[in-house]
Design a protein around this ligand. Structure first.
Ligand SMILES: [Zn+2]
Length: 233
Protein backbone atom coordinates (compact mmCIF):
# COMPACT_ATOMS: atom_id res chain seq x y z
CA UNK A 1 0.00 0.00 0.00
CA UNK A 2 1.37 3.39 -0.97
CA UNK A 3 1.88 5.99 1.75
CA UNK A 4 -0.62 8.26 0.02
CA UNK A 5 -3.43 5.70 -0.26
CA UNK A 6 -4.38 5.95 3.44
CA UNK A 7 -4.39 9.74 3.20
CA UNK A 8 -6.43 9.60 0.02
CA UNK A 9 -9.05 7.44 1.76
CA UNK A 10 -9.00 9.70 4.80
CA UNK A 11 -9.57 12.68 2.56
CA UNK A 12 -12.58 11.02 0.97
CA UNK A 13 -14.10 10.66 4.44
CA UNK A 14 -13.06 14.16 5.47
CA UNK A 15 -14.64 15.70 2.41
CA UNK A 16 -17.93 13.96 3.18
CA UNK A 17 -17.63 15.25 6.75
CA UNK A 18 -17.07 18.78 5.40
CA UNK A 19 -20.11 18.51 3.16
CA UNK A 20 -22.35 17.09 5.89
CA UNK A 21 -21.20 19.81 8.32
CA UNK A 22 -21.81 22.54 5.82
CA UNK A 23 -25.28 21.18 5.08
CA UNK A 24 -26.03 20.97 8.81
CA UNK A 25 -24.87 24.57 9.17
CA UNK A 26 -27.22 25.68 6.42
CA UNK A 27 -30.08 23.77 8.04
CA UNK A 28 -29.30 25.23 11.45
CA UNK A 29 -29.31 28.74 10.05
CA UNK A 30 -32.59 28.13 8.28
CA UNK A 31 -34.12 26.61 11.39
CA UNK A 32 -33.18 29.70 13.35
CA UNK A 33 -36.22 31.04 11.57
CA UNK A 34 -37.92 28.82 14.10
CA UNK A 35 -36.92 31.28 16.81
CA UNK A 36 -38.30 33.97 14.54
CA UNK A 37 -41.56 32.02 14.51
CA UNK A 38 -41.57 31.66 18.30
CA UNK A 39 -40.93 35.36 18.62
CA UNK A 40 -43.79 36.18 16.24
CA UNK A 41 -46.13 33.91 18.22
CA UNK A 42 -45.08 35.66 21.43
CA UNK A 43 -45.63 39.06 19.87
CA UNK A 44 -49.10 38.01 18.74
CA UNK A 45 -50.00 36.84 22.27
CA UNK A 46 -48.84 40.15 23.70
CA UNK A 47 -50.75 42.10 21.04
CA UNK A 48 -53.91 40.08 21.77
CA UNK A 49 -53.62 40.75 25.50
CA UNK A 50 -53.02 44.47 24.90
CA UNK A 51 -55.94 44.61 22.51
CA UNK A 52 -58.22 42.93 25.03
CA UNK A 53 -57.07 45.18 27.88
CA UNK A 54 -57.34 48.41 25.87
CA UNK A 55 -60.75 47.38 24.51
CA UNK A 56 -62.05 46.88 28.06
CA UNK A 57 -60.53 50.17 29.17
CA UNK A 58 -62.33 51.93 26.31
CA UNK A 59 -65.66 50.30 27.21
CA UNK A 60 -65.24 51.42 30.82
CA UNK A 61 -64.29 54.95 29.82
CA UNK A 62 -67.34 55.16 27.51
CA UNK A 63 -69.61 53.84 30.25
CA UNK A 64 -68.28 56.40 32.73
CA UNK A 65 -68.88 59.25 30.28
CA UNK A 66 -72.38 57.95 29.62
CA UNK A 67 -73.16 57.67 33.34
CA UNK A 68 -71.85 61.17 33.96
CA UNK A 69 -74.06 62.58 31.19
CA UNK A 70 -77.09 60.89 32.76
CA UNK A 71 -76.23 62.38 36.13
CA UNK A 72 -76.02 65.83 34.54
CA UNK A 73 -79.34 65.33 32.74
CA UNK A 74 -80.98 64.28 35.99
CA UNK A 75 -79.53 67.25 37.85
CA UNK A 76 -80.66 69.56 35.03
CA UNK A 77 -84.19 68.23 35.14
CA UNK A 78 -84.29 68.64 38.94
CA UNK A 79 -83.06 72.20 38.53
CA UNK A 80 -85.56 73.18 35.85
CA UNK A 81 -88.33 70.70 36.63
CA UNK A 82 -89.96 72.90 39.20
CA UNK A 83 -90.04 70.33 41.98
CA UNK A 84 -87.21 71.99 43.87
CA UNK A 85 -88.23 75.41 45.09
CA UNK A 86 -85.91 76.07 47.99
CA UNK A 87 -83.31 78.68 46.85
CA UNK A 88 -80.54 77.06 48.91
CA UNK A 89 -81.28 73.67 47.35
CA UNK A 90 -81.40 75.23 43.89
CA UNK A 91 -78.05 76.87 44.45
CA UNK A 92 -76.56 73.57 45.61
CA UNK A 93 -77.96 71.89 42.52
CA UNK A 94 -76.33 74.49 40.28
CA UNK A 95 -73.01 73.96 42.02
CA UNK A 96 -73.41 70.22 41.61
CA UNK A 97 -74.07 70.63 37.90
CA UNK A 98 -70.95 72.78 37.44
CA UNK A 99 -68.75 70.20 39.13
CA UNK A 100 -70.46 67.31 37.31
CA UNK A 101 -69.75 69.03 33.98
CA UNK A 102 -66.19 69.76 34.97
CA UNK A 103 -65.60 66.13 35.77
CA UNK A 104 -67.32 65.14 32.49
CA UNK A 105 -64.54 66.95 30.62
CA UNK A 106 -61.93 64.87 32.48
CA UNK A 107 -63.85 61.70 31.70
CA UNK A 108 -64.16 62.64 28.03
CA UNK A 109 -60.40 63.25 27.86
CA UNK A 110 -59.82 59.80 29.33
CA UNK A 111 -62.25 58.33 26.82
CA UNK A 112 -60.32 59.94 23.96
CA UNK A 113 -57.02 58.59 25.28
CA UNK A 114 -58.60 55.15 25.60
CA UNK A 115 -59.82 55.37 22.01
CA UNK A 116 -56.34 56.18 20.72
CA UNK A 117 -54.82 53.36 22.77
CA UNK A 118 -57.44 50.88 21.56
CA UNK A 119 -56.83 51.92 17.96
CA UNK A 120 -53.07 51.46 18.36
CA UNK A 121 -53.64 48.07 19.95
CA UNK A 122 -55.87 47.09 17.04
CA UNK A 123 -53.16 48.07 14.54
CA UNK A 124 -50.47 46.22 16.49
CA UNK A 125 -52.64 43.12 16.61
CA UNK A 126 -53.23 43.22 12.88
CA UNK A 127 -49.55 43.64 12.03
CA UNK A 128 -48.56 40.86 14.47
CA UNK A 129 -51.06 38.55 12.73
CA UNK A 130 -49.73 39.46 9.29
CA UNK A 131 -46.14 38.96 10.39
CA UNK A 132 -46.91 35.51 11.80
CA UNK A 133 -48.80 34.45 8.67
CA UNK A 134 -45.87 35.48 6.47
CA UNK A 135 -43.39 33.48 8.55
CA UNK A 136 -45.65 30.44 8.68
CA UNK A 137 -46.15 30.54 4.92
CA UNK A 138 -42.41 30.77 4.37
CA UNK A 139 -41.54 27.90 6.71
CA UNK A 140 -44.38 25.48 6.10
CA UNK A 141 -43.41 22.10 4.71
CA UNK A 142 -39.83 23.17 4.12
CA UNK A 143 -39.47 23.35 7.88
CA UNK A 144 -40.54 19.74 8.39
CA UNK A 145 -38.20 18.55 5.64
CA UNK A 146 -35.27 20.41 7.21
CA UNK A 147 -35.83 18.74 10.58
CA UNK A 148 -35.79 15.35 8.87
CA UNK A 149 -32.62 16.26 6.92
CA UNK A 150 -30.99 17.48 10.08
CA UNK A 151 -31.36 14.13 11.76
CA UNK A 152 -30.20 12.31 8.61
CA UNK A 153 -27.02 14.38 8.43
CA UNK A 154 -26.34 13.97 12.14
CA UNK A 155 -26.52 10.20 11.78
CA UNK A 156 -24.32 10.44 8.69
CA UNK A 157 -21.72 12.42 10.67
CA UNK A 158 -21.64 9.74 13.37
CA UNK A 159 -21.05 7.07 10.73
CA UNK A 160 -18.32 9.17 9.12
CA UNK A 161 -16.60 9.61 12.48
CA UNK A 162 -16.31 5.82 12.70
CA UNK A 163 -15.04 5.60 9.13
CA UNK A 164 -12.51 8.30 9.90
CA UNK A 165 -11.21 6.38 12.92
CA UNK A 166 -10.80 3.31 10.73
CA UNK A 167 -8.94 5.31 8.07
CA UNK A 168 -6.71 6.93 10.69
CA UNK A 169 -5.60 3.55 12.00
CA UNK A 170 -3.56 2.96 8.82
CA UNK A 171 -1.78 6.34 8.83
CA UNK A 172 1.55 7.32 10.42
CA UNK A 173 1.22 10.35 12.67
CA UNK A 174 3.86 12.43 10.83
CA UNK A 175 2.05 11.84 7.53
CA UNK A 176 -1.19 12.81 9.18
CA UNK A 177 0.36 16.10 10.30
CA UNK A 178 1.46 16.86 6.72
CA UNK A 179 -2.02 16.03 5.50
CA UNK A 180 -3.79 18.21 8.09
CA UNK A 181 -1.53 21.19 7.37
CA UNK A 182 -2.04 20.87 3.62
CA UNK A 183 -5.79 20.52 4.00
CA UNK A 184 -5.89 23.82 5.82
CA UNK A 185 -3.75 25.53 3.21
CA UNK A 186 -5.44 24.00 0.17
CA UNK A 187 -9.12 24.52 0.94
CA UNK A 188 -9.77 20.98 2.10
CA UNK A 189 -7.92 19.15 -0.67
CA UNK A 190 -4.53 17.91 0.52
CA UNK A 191 -4.29 14.82 -1.67
CA UNK A 192 -4.62 15.00 -5.43
CA UNK A 193 -5.15 12.01 -7.65
CA UNK A 194 -3.00 11.56 -10.72
CA UNK A 195 -5.20 11.16 -13.72
CA UNK A 196 -4.06 11.13 -17.39
CA UNK A 197 -0.51 11.86 -16.22
CA UNK A 198 -1.69 15.10 -14.62
CA UNK A 199 -2.51 16.42 -11.15
CA UNK A 200 -6.29 16.23 -10.91
CA UNK A 201 -6.38 19.40 -8.79
CA UNK A 202 -4.27 21.81 -10.78
CA UNK A 203 -3.78 20.05 -14.12
CA UNK A 204 0.04 20.07 -13.98
CA UNK A 205 1.76 17.25 -15.90
CA UNK A 206 3.22 14.61 -13.58
CA UNK A 207 6.31 12.82 -14.90
CA UNK A 208 6.49 9.02 -14.93
CA UNK A 209 9.29 9.21 -12.34
CA UNK A 210 7.13 11.30 -10.01
CA UNK A 211 4.24 8.90 -10.54
CA UNK A 212 6.52 6.10 -9.36
CA UNK A 213 7.40 8.15 -6.28
CA UNK A 214 3.74 8.66 -5.60
CA UNK A 215 3.38 4.88 -5.30
CA UNK A 216 6.13 4.66 -2.70
CA UNK A 217 5.18 2.87 0.50
CA UNK A 218 7.48 5.03 2.61
CA UNK A 219 7.43 8.56 1.27
CA UNK A 220 4.98 11.07 -0.06
CA UNK A 221 5.38 12.74 -3.44
CA UNK A 222 4.10 16.24 -4.09
CA UNK A 223 2.70 17.99 -7.13
CA UNK A 224 5.45 20.39 -8.30
CA UNK A 225 2.86 23.04 -9.15
CA UNK A 226 0.17 23.06 -6.43
CA UNK A 227 2.18 21.28 -3.72
CA UNK A 228 -0.51 18.70 -2.92
CA UNK A 229 0.27 15.10 -2.01
CA UNK A 230 0.04 12.98 -5.13
CA UNK A 231 -1.93 9.76 -5.13
CA UNK A 232 -1.49 7.29 -7.99
CA UNK A 233 -4.26 4.76 -8.44
ZN1 LIG B 1 -1.20 19.94 -8.60
Amino acid sequence: MSASLGLYRLQQVDRQVDRARSQLDTIRRTLENDSELQQALGELETAKADHHRDGNALNNAEAEVQAQRIKIEQADSSLYGGKVQNPKELQDLQKDIVSLKKYLITLEERELEAMVAAENAENSLRSAQTKLELIQARLGDEHKKLLADQSTFSIKLDQLAEERDAALATIESDLLQVYENLRQQKRGVAVSEISDNSCASCGATITIALQQNARSQKQLAYCPTCGRILYAN
